[in-house]
Design a protein around this ligand. Structure first.
Ligand SMILES: Cc1ncc(COP(=O)(O)O)c(C=O)c1O
Length: 381
């Protein structure tokens, strides 16, 4: 099922229609797979009715989320805790606007719109460095630095990205509880972007709202079921005062989720879990193939990439600083001259890094590895 490549070029996909078509697109974070059959059927049914007017969630959809949170995360939520949104990016920008005290803690490197969000509401970023720990082989931030940032008088919000994009780290229960404790101690609102959480491999995920009634937990079916173009996501907020204040930020700025997005989301959460599990088995093979091959590549007997096994999602964060030193070329230019378009680490706040999207048929991952091999042979002397 996942070996089949979808022809996304003719459908004006951003991934396939932005750069020179001779380059293999491995950048923007959606996958090259067809959405699951259950979603396709639900959408066809709605299209046959041709009722495409403004739509809101109903008891069936709300219940599918209540059930999903229970079965996936053992998290008991109530339907009225859900606030519907057209996108997660809108959600964290609303949090910035609604809890504006002048400064926002954000992990760095990070998903570019998250780095930009505080500035959209005229605030400053308090950068929480995410670094690679060689002993645990894990990208993580430091709790002492976090506490210093949270204790800034002007800090009103921590925008957490968990699982992390681009690093793929998932926080442990203990780490999450520690973050919540620090946010409460310093009276800082927690907003947790968990869009990648259903794409976890080996480890469990812990939603922020499960341990903090005040937290804004942002989730969606969009990334997992490859329906990001349908514009539908949601926030779960137990505390009714915070929820109402958050929802108020939509006024005049943020639209409803799309009609088809709501239909697809319900179908995904009601019927999509077996597809998701098969997807994760497939992505694991892609991840393992890519990471082990990348870590072996050498130029003049020196390793040129450092990468690791991400806990979640289909994104591989690659340290190319050694490659840049040896070739005296930016990593992005080097990959382009190999015939591949990755995401440039600079946009995530880190020079010398690229992010490769492996949400594609394994044959394309292998093709990318061959292109890299060929390029290396021109660099070796
Ligand atoms: C961490 C993170 N948040 C949000 C988004 C996008 O969310 P949306 O399309 O729902 O605005 C992405 C997409 O890559 C992401 O990686």
């Amino acid at each position: 099922m996942f070996n089949k490549s979808l022809n996304r070029k003719d459908n004006h996909s951003i991934k396939f229609n932005t750069f020179d078509e001779s380059l293999l697109p491995m950048w923007i974070a959606d996958m090259d797979f067809e959405a699951p059959q259950c979603i396709k059927s639900a959408l066809i049914e709605r299209l046959q009715q041709a009722d495409l007017g403004y739509t809101k969630s109903g008891p069936g959809l709300d219940q599918s989320i209540v059930d999903w949170c229970k079965t996936q995360y053992d998290w008991d939520i109530q339907a009225n805790w859900i606030a519907w949104l057209p996108g997660i990016v809108s959600g964290f920008n609303m949090a910035c606007q609604g809890f504006n005290k002048g400064k926002v803690v954000v992990q760095t490197p990070n998903y570019p719109p998250m780095l930009q969000a505080p500035k959209q509401s005229g605030q400053k970023n308090l950068e929480l460095s995410v670094t690679f720990d060689e002993s645990t082989k894990r990208w993580m931030f430091d709790f002492e630095q976090l506490e210093i940032l949270l204790s800034d008088e002007q800090c009103g919000l921590f925008l957490l990205c968990n699982p992390m994009n681009p690093q793929g780290t998932m926080l442990t229960q203990q780490e999450l509880k520690h973050i919540i404790k620090l946010c409460h101690k310093h009276n800082v609102q927690l907003c947790s972007d968990e869009i990648h959480c259903d794409l976890r491999f080996e480890l469990p995920h812990f939603p922020a709202g499960k341990f903090d009634p005040k937290a804004i937990t942002l989730m969606a079916a969009s990334k997992t079921f490859n329906i990001a173009g349908l514009g539908c996501s949601f926030a779960i907020i137990e505390d009714s005062f915070i929820r109402k204040h958050f929802v108020k930020q939509m006024n005049g700025l943020v639209s409803f989720p799309s009609n088809l997005g709501l239909v697809a989301t319900q179908s995904a959460f009601e019927h999509g879990d077996s597809w998701r599990l098969e997807l994760m088995d497939y992505l694991k093979i892609n991840r393992d193939t890519l990471v082990s091959a990348l870590n072996d590549f050498k130029i003049n007997n020196q390793r040129i990439f450092k990468t690791h096994y991400n806990d979640a999602s289909f994104l591989c964060w690659i340290d190319c600083t050694q490659l840049e030193l040896i070739t005296q070329q930016s990593a992005l230019d080097w990959f382009k001259s190999a015939g591949i378009i990755p995401s440039d680490g600079i946009h995530f706040g880190k020079q010398g890094f690229v992010r490769i999207n492996f949400g594609c048929p394994l044959a394309l991952v292998k093709q990318a590895l061959n292109l890299i091999k060929q390029k290396i042979s021109t660099n070796n002397n």
